[in-house]
Ligand binder design. Sequence first.
Ligand SMILES: O=C(O)C(=O)Cc1ccc(O)cc1
Ligand SMILES: [Fe+2]
Length: 462
Amino acid sequence: MLCKIKILTKDSFGLDTPPVKTSHPNMAAYLSRLHHISLHVSNVEKITSDLVSKFKFNLFATRLTDRSRQLAFRKGAAVFVVNERPTRGDVRLNEELEGTTEGYSAGPHRDNAGKYNQDASTKCLYDVSPHYSVDTVSNVCFEVEDVERSFKTLRQMGCNFLVPPTTVQDESGHVTYSVVKSIVGNVCHTLIDRTKYEGSFLPGFDVIEKDGSLNEEDISCPITHFDHITYACPRKTTHQVMRWYEKLFGFQRFFIESNEDVDEGFVVNQEGIGLRLTAMEYWKCSKAGIALPSVNKNEPDCKFVIAESLPEQGRNQVDTFLEKHRAPGIQHIGLYTNNIVSTAHVMAEAGVQFFSPPLTYYTEVGKQQEIEEAGHDPQVLAQHGILLDTDLHQDPSSQSTPSENKRYLLQVFTKPIFEEDTFFLELIERRGATGFGEGNIRALWRSVQAHMENQRVDSHGA
Ligand SMILES: O=C(O)C(=O)Cc1ccc(O)cc1
Ligand SMILES: [Fe+2]
C-alpha cells in the first residue's frame, strides 16, 4: 500500500521569505553528506535484477505509481535510486517539461517553475524526469543543512535550478529538496534536508522492512560506501568544472599524486594512453573552519574525479563515453570494499563481468613481486582481473621499514552495465593509498581498449 504523502511547493508551504543576507556574499552551499545517486534507465527490471542478484545490493524502498517507478537499493552507506526512464510513448509530459530546461532562475520564470516542479515531482520525486535517450547516471543527491538558504545563495551566484525548494511530507515528518543543474552535461544535484524526517528513507517511498542483522552477503561482499564518482568531460573543460564545484559547493582539490601539477592535474600521455585526471573532495570544509553538526566525521567521503581525454594518443574510452552518452556525465562509480578478492569472487559467480588485463600483467617479475610483497597471491588476483598498484611516494615521516610502510590499492572494473556503453562500476580496496594507481590506469586502459577494438571488429563483421 502506498503511504499518504503531500507535496508542497515553495509557495504553498509559505517559505517565501525575503532574501537571506549571508555574511559572505560568496559563501557556497556546504554539503553535509552524499545521500544517494540516481540512475535513469529504460529497463528497470534488468537493472533491479543485476543490482540485487549480481551486485548484492538490497532493494529497501519503492515508490510505485501509475506514472513512474522509483526503486532504492542499498549496500552499506551506498544508495542507488533507480528511476524508470520515460519511453517514446510517454513523451508528452516530458516535452512539456523540456520547454523549461532553462530552469528555475531568478525573475519571471518563477511561477512556471512551481508548475514544472509539481508536475516533475509527481513524475519523479526528488529528481527531474529527463527525456534522455540513453540509460544514464545523472543525479548525485546531497544532504544540506538548509535547502532554502542553499537555493537562495546558489541562485544569487548564478546557478540554474530545475526544481525550487519543495517539501514532501508523510506521517514521519517532512523533507525539503531542490534540484540544481550542474555544468557537467546532464548531471544534476538534488539538495535535500531530512533533519525533520524520522522515517528511514524519504517520504513517498514504501520501506521494505528488513531485520538489521548482517547476512552472508554483507560478510562476503563488504561494500561500505561510494569511493569516487568519475566524470567524463570534453577536452579543456576540467578547470571550468573544478571552479564550479569549488565556488558553489566548497569542494577542494584533492591531489591524486604527490608530485601532481596544480594546473595540469595527473596526466598520463604516452603509449596510446591520453588522459588527464583531476580530483576534488567535499565536506573537508570543516578544515576551512566550517563545522557542520550533521557531518559525521567518521563517515568516509566520496571523491569526484574529472577525466578528460588528450588528443595526442588517439581515440579512447573517455571519447567513447562522450559519444555514446551524447553528453558529458558520470562515466563510472567506484564502490569501496573491505575485501576486493572476496567481493569480486562472489560477484563473478553471480554473473558480473570484469575487465581483465593480459595474463602477462601477473607474471611480469616486477608486478608479481609487488603483489606478493603486499601479501596477495598473483593467481588469485588474476582470476578476476584485480589490479594492484603500490604508492611509490611513501610517507617520509613514518618510522616503519619501507616494506611495512607500503601503501597500495586494488581495483577491478566491470564491463558496461547498461545496454549502451554509458556506465560501469568499479570495486576498489585501499590499503593506505589514497589516489588512483597509474599502473592500474594503464592496465585498465589497455583491457578496455582491447574490448572496444573487439566490439568494433564484431560489429563490422556482423
Ligand atoms: O582509476 C580510476 O579508478 C579512475 O577513476 C581514473 C579513470 C578515469 C577514467 C577512465 O576512463 C579510467 C580511469
Ligand atoms: Fe575509478
